[in-house]
Design a protein around this ligand. Structure first.
Ligand code: ADP
Ligand code: MG
Length: 702
């Protein structure tokens, strides 16, 4: 029985007919061992049963034809681009295919070459043609389903070269050891490993390919889940956490001071958190909640619980602007809250001390805050990465909150946790992430969901304004709202490049509006280059209603909270990511008044079209997260977090929700029994081999 590990002991050079030149070609594709080769999966398949004959094609049809090149012509167009034009024949009729700026096609598609052409039939000057079709050389392959491998121009290997070597490797590998017991396989309706490996590379039918893919994708997800679940169980087994006392005068006082009752969702999540805080294990909880769902109150409640018991709380945000905004917000929330005296009547109640610590702090500030943190005089600190520098030491860190978790790495989270003696950790996402991603990226954490917005919010009406006329309507809306005593945001176009360039663009937008559409209104300007003091002044004025319209960059993306603002105009909206648009829109609709969002953008890419369309369609962050995953693919969702993603070659977080759920369930079934992974030596071996060291370290270190 062949283990994956043993396949790493053989190199592709050992295959028959693989000489040094081919070894070099494989190296370009990052294939060195036989395992690398066998897990170099086809990018797609050509299903010959789907093949059409050229004669039957109608203009506008998207189709695949198998044809032979009969004539090749290569020339330059008037503006200097290379144009390769070929005529192909499939026994029924002729077709012309054109390729711009792909001069190498002339050589690739020499007369007599047989290939599959996939594209849309159109007509150019009365001639039936496909412009830039996808081309797959099929050589002399005869199967009904032909694998097409990811190639690189430089490698100089053809897809059938790879296929040929693949067959040889499979033959020589023989039967594969299967990490899944047969009973589990049956229950999950999964095929065996050996069968799967053969049919992923040379499927008998598309159905067989899908069954093979399902099995191998499941294996990838299972390896990852085993690590995550094991880490989760390990966290839970640590009995060294702080048992916080959760009924406290301080928290009661805080809740009583709020101008609103907590939503049911907030109460539920706070109760969930309290249970973790009171327990003996350190909490590792991911709090998911849509924009405006009131995560801050929940986070502050947890921080105060720490303070009430004589501990300190810390909140870490990924940027200075965000940290500053959090500090302002939290200070405002806690303005009327005092810390009850601890030792009976002897001591006076004292005000709560909340400090901000970022890279911008002056030497003196840093020293003061540092001293306060070290001796316990500072109750709550809010800051950036500055919190995890070596110089910072806490007296007794009890609860750590990390905002926008996805922008931090595992190490940074660990560093903050390391500032205390097993403090409880709450991580928050500013925007929801899809379920598959939550389970895969944060699969070692518990999850709480804030699934209710505070009452009395009127849904924001979103308009995608295209063209001069519709844009006019957007500015008119701003004027109307301001005339009613409301306020507005204008978000400047996103410019690639430095902070400086971005700032310049903001200034430009500001000046244009001041002298144009928004003449006569009181405008304020905010961007990354505005010094902190001035920024605070501008924000204060906006909050106080002394500025009507805040022209800003994405510095306002998160945390800005002015309920009187009822309209937001996002210029060149197609430049922004979906999560960002959703966050920006979340700046309005924070009060009871009806709010509007205008997305300006004439020229958009297909992706942009999808993003803006989704924004108009829904205000549900969870739904938008799914759309975003669909557009951007998993790589981006995983962020810096999950190195184990290297092992996800077939599994897709977009489409494999059921598989993720199944893999997670099996992972618990494997990890939880006393013997744990020891009872599954093949799987253990594969996890060690394929899941990143950093990740797996947790699993084996005992
Ligand atoms: P987010 O989850 O986006 O961080 P915030 O914590 O900033 O949301 O809260 C959004 C707004 O809702 C703030 O103005 C906050 O004061 C308000 N808010 C929070 N909880 C409630 C509640 N229970 N009832 C009414 N308003 C609330
Ligand atoms: Mg927030």
């Amino acid at each position: 029985m062949r283990t994956l590990n043993s396949l790493t002991e053989h190199t592709v050079g050992e295959l028959t007919d693989v000489g040094p030149k081919t070894v070099e070609s494989f190296r370009v594709l990052e294939i060195e061992t036989i395992l690398d080769l066998l897990t170099h999966y086809p990018r797609r398949y050509i299903d010959r049963t789907e093949q059409r004959s050229i004669r039957d094609l109608k203009i506008g049809d998207e189709a695949m034809v198998l044809a032979t090149v009969k004539r090749v012509q290569s020339r330059r167009t008037r503006n200097g681009k290379s144009l390769v034009e070929i005529d192909v024949f499939d026994g029924s009729s002729y077709l012309s295919c054109t390729f711009f700026n792909q001069g190498w096609r002339a050589k690739q598609l020499a007369v007599g070459t047989e290939a599959v052409f996939f594209g849309k039939l159109d007509s150019y000057r009365g001639k039936r043609q496909m412009a830039s079709p996808v081309v797959d050389l099929v050589g002399d392959k005869t199967g009904r389903v032909i694998p097409v491998y990811p190639l690189s121009e430089k490698a100089g290997l053809s897809t059938w070269d790879i296929s040929k070597f693949m067959q040889q490797a499979l033959r020589r590998a023989g039967d594969f050891a299967d990490p899944l017991p047969e009973a589990m396989r049956d229950e999950l309706d999964l095929v065996g490993r050996t069968w799967a490996m053969h049919h992923i590379h040379a499927p008998e039918s598309m159905g067989a390919m899908r069954a093979a893919r399902k099995r191998l994708a499941f294996d990838e997800l299972l390896r990852l889940q085993v690590v995550l679940v094991a880490r989760k169980r390990r966290y839970e087994a640590e009995a060294t956490g702080i048992r916080h006392v959760i009924e406290s005068e301080l928290v009661n006082e805080f809740h009583a001071s709020l101008p609103f009752p907590l939503t049911r969702a907030q109460q539920r999540v706070i109760a969930e958190i309290n249970e973790f805080l009171a327990g003996p294990h350190p909490m590792h909880l991911l709090l998911q909640g849509d924009v405006g769902s009131g995560k801050t109150v929940v986070a502050v409640t947890a921080l105060l619980t720490a303070v009430a018991g004589g501990y300190q709380g810390a909140l870490m945000a990924p940027t200075e602007v965000l940290a500053e905004q959090h500090a302002l917000g939290v200070k405002a929330l806690l303005a009327d809250v005092t810390v009850p005296s601890q030792g009976g009547t002897l001591f006076e109640d004292r005000p709560l001390r909340v400090e901000l610590l970022t890279g911008r702090a002056t030497g003196t500030e840093r020293k003061n805050i540092g001293a306060g943190l070290a001796d316990g005089a500072v109750d709550i600190v809010i800051g950036t990465h500055a919190l995890i520098t070596d110089a910072v030491a806490f007296h007794k860190l009890g609860v750590a909150v990390i905002d926008e978790q996805h922008r931090f790495g595992v190490e940074q989270r660990a560093a903050l946790r390391g500032k205390g003696d097993d403090p409880d950790v709450l991580v928050m996402t500013a925007t929801p992430i899809p379920r598959t991603a939550a389970m895969t990226v944060y699969g070692d954490l518990d999850v709480a969901i804030l699934d209710e917005l505070p009452p009395g919010r009127t849904p924001i009406v979103t308009t995608w304004a295209r063209g001069e006329l519709e844009e006019q309507a957007a500015w008119k809306a701003v004027l109307e709202e301001v005339a009613q005593g409301r306020q507005a945001y204008v978000v400047c176009p996103l410019i690639e490049g430095s902070d400086k360039i971005q700032a310049a663009s903001a200034v430009e937008t500001y000046e244009e509006l001041e002298g144009g559409h928004l003449q006569g209104l009181r405008l304020g300007l905010l961007h990354g280059q505005v010094p902190a003091k001035e920024r605070e002044a501008v924000m204060n004025k906006f909050r106080a209603g002394e500025i009507d319209v805040l022209v800003a960059t994405t510095v306002i993306e998160v945390g800005v909270d002015v309920p009187n603002a009822t309209v937001i105009v996002i210029v060149n909206a197609d430049r922004f990511g979906l999560a960002q648009l959703h966050q920006l829109r979340g700046r309005v609709g924070r009060g009871a008044m009806a709010s509007r969002c205008y997305l300006l953008g004439d020229v958009v890419t297909p992706d942009g079209e999808e993003r803006l369309g989704a924004m108009v369609r829904t205000t549900d962050g969870f739904e938008l997260a799914e759309v975003d995953l669909g557009i951007r693919g998993e790589g981006t969702v995983m962020g810096t977090r999950q190195k184990g993603r290297n092992d996800l070659k077939l599994a897709s977080l977009r489409t494999d929700l059921a598989l993720v759920v199944a893999a997670r369930k099996v992972a618990f079934e494997i990890v939880d029994p006393v013997e744990g992974l020891d009872a599954h030596p093949i799987l253990e071996d594969e996890v060690r081999l394929l899941v990143d060291d950093d990740e797996a370290e947790f699993l084996f270190k005992s």
